[in-house]
Structures are given as structure tokens and as C-alpha cells.
Design a protein around this ligand. Structure first.
Ligand SMILES: O=C(O)CCC(=O)C(=O)O
Length: 268
């Protein structure tokens, strides 16, 4: 049983639906990140999915209550840890990785699977951070076309402290910057799956949160679920794109609450 203090709040859940990512900084046992980073520094070959057999300490990250709390909130209490995982080592001098969405063109407008990106050492801008594009998780695009894009206004380099786990919607656009530092940059990518539909919220939900009125005067600074879901527009996309995305996120929110979309919300 996960303590309520480790679950996401309504506002954090709404922000995930808008931005497509959520960062967790678990207070891991002292020395654990350093130990994992040192083991990775010394690894000769990439063990692929067997990275957790090679470095079993990685389970301490996945088993941390803050990590389990985020996963429970986003995917339900019976989420599964997919057997696929991968060590992404960016060597000094290696170039950028182009924008892409992972896997085949099998996209979801729900929250059915998540990536969890664990960084055992602090990532600077020079080390080739993962770069994500907030709000693109419901925006399917051909990889060939994406590969021609350069910097995107609103992109976020994950320059994060050691031990951070970045959860992203599986379909969020991402790539990397080049590694201009003298050190190897490590990231372990995990994949998590939803096992069943929600029949009730699995985060720290307060139904009163949904009673706030829409406030057209405070769009950019929205601090509550209704206004975040209504006005959130991290890339400043055009009105018609914003309306399409808003409709998807409102339907997704209703599904996460455990009931199908109402006409009222879907028409928003
Ligand atoms: O190495 C990274 O930071 C990102 C890797 C990546 O984009 C991927 O595995 O799809």
C-alpha cells in the first residue's frame, strides 16, 4: 500500500495530461546513485533488457515509494514493469538524436504506458540531456518529418539532479542534445504498462477540486485542475490545435476518474 504522501495530487495529474511528463526525485539511499553510475562507467557491453540482472540495485529505484506512488497515480495500482529496459550511454563527442516517438505507430490518447527515465548522475546541458517537447503526447507525426525539425520553442532539456526519474507519456516527442562534455552520460529507460481501466481515481484525489469556475483572466497561471486542463498550452499552439488537444485531455481525465466522458466535457 502506497502512502498518500507519495501519490500525485489532482494538480500534478492535470499537469501530466497537459505536459506529458512528471519528474520524481526520490530520496534514494545514500551512495546508491554513485554506485550505479560507477558500475555503468565500467560496463563494456550493453546488456539490453538484462541491465537489471547486471545491476540489480536498479530495483531499489523502481521500488522506492515515490516512484511507485507516481506509477500508481498514473497507471493504476496494478501497473506492470515491462521486461524491456535499456541503458542509454551517450559517449563524449556523440551527436544529437533526432526527434521521435518511440516504437511503432500505435499511439494512445489515454495513459496506458509510460517511459521512466532514470539518471544516476546529475545531467548538465553539456552532457547530452534527453530533450522533451511538452504537450506533444497526443500529436502523432511521421518520424521522417520530425527528423527535419531542429529546435522547437518550448522544448525542455532534462538537466536534472542525480537520482531523478522522469516519467513521460509513451508518445511524447523526445530526442537528445549532443554530448559536449568529457564524461559518459548514463540514462536507464524503463517501460511501464497499465493493467486495467480505472474504476476510481488512483491518485490523491479531492472531488472539490473539480468545482472551480473557469477563469479566462488567469489562463497562463492556472493553478487548479479545471483551469489547467482548459487553458494549458505549453507550446503556445494555434487555437484549433489547442482545442483538439484539450478535448483529448478532458476525455482522458474523465476516463481516469473512472467514468466515460460526459457530453459537457467532451464539448469543451
Ligand atoms: O538517450 C536519451 O536520452 C534518449 C534516448 C531515446 O530517445 C530513446 O531511447 O528513444
Amino acid at each position: 500500500m502506497i502512502g498518500r504522501e507519495h501519490l500525485l495530487s489532482d494538480v500534478e495529474m492535470a499537469r501530466f495530461l497537459v505536459n506529458g511528463y512528471h519528474l520524481v526525485e526520490p530520496d534514494l539511499p545514500s551512495g546508491l546513485n554513485e554506485q550505479i553510475a560507477a558500475r555503468l562507467d565500467d560496463l563494456g557491453a550493453n546488456p539490453g533488457d538484462a541491465i537489471t540482472e547486471t545491476i540489480p540495485e536498479l530495483w531499489k529505484v523502481l521500488d522506492h515509494p515515490a516512484v511507485r506512488g507516481a506509477l500508481t497515480s498514473l497507471l493504476g495500482g496494478d501497473y506492470s514493469v515491462n521486461s524491456h529496459r535499456h541503458w542509454h550511454c551517450k559517449l563524449p563527442g556523440s551527436g544529437h538524436m533526432q526527434w521521435h516517438q518511440d516504437s511503432t505507430n500505435n499511439r494512445s490518447t489515454g495513459i496506458d504506458r509510460l517511459l521512466g527515465l532514470y539518471y544516476p548522475h546529475t545531467i548538465s546541458a553539456e552532457m547530452g540531456p534527453t530533450v522533451i517537447v511538452p504537450g506533444t503526447q497526443f500529436r502523432n507525426a511521421p518520424t521522417d518529418r520530425m527528423s527535419t525539425y531542429t529546435n522547437i520553442r518550448g522544448q525542455v532539456p532534462l538537466t536534472v539532479p542525480a537520482g531523478t526519474v522522469a516519467f513521460t507519456h509513451y508518445d511524447l516527442w523526445h530526442g537528445t542534445a549532443s554530448n559536449r562534455s568529457p564524461v559518459k552520460r548514463h540514462m536507464i529507460k524503463f517501460l511501464f504498462n497499465r493493467s486495467g481501466d480505472n474504476v476510481a481515481p488512483t491518485w490523491d484525489h479531492d472531488p472539490a477540486e473539480l468545482n472551480r469556475p473557469r477563469d479566462w483572466g488567469a489562463r497562463g497561471e492556472a493553478q487548479d485542475v479545471v483551469n489547467i486542463l482548459t487553458f494549458g498550452n505549453p507550446l503556445g499552439v494555434s487555437q484549433s490545435d489547442h482545442y483538439k488537444e484539450r478535448r483529448i485531455r478532458l476525455e482522458c481525465w474523465q476516463t481516469l476518474l473512472g467514468h466515460p466522458a460526459t457530453e459537457d466535457m467532451a464539448a469543451a
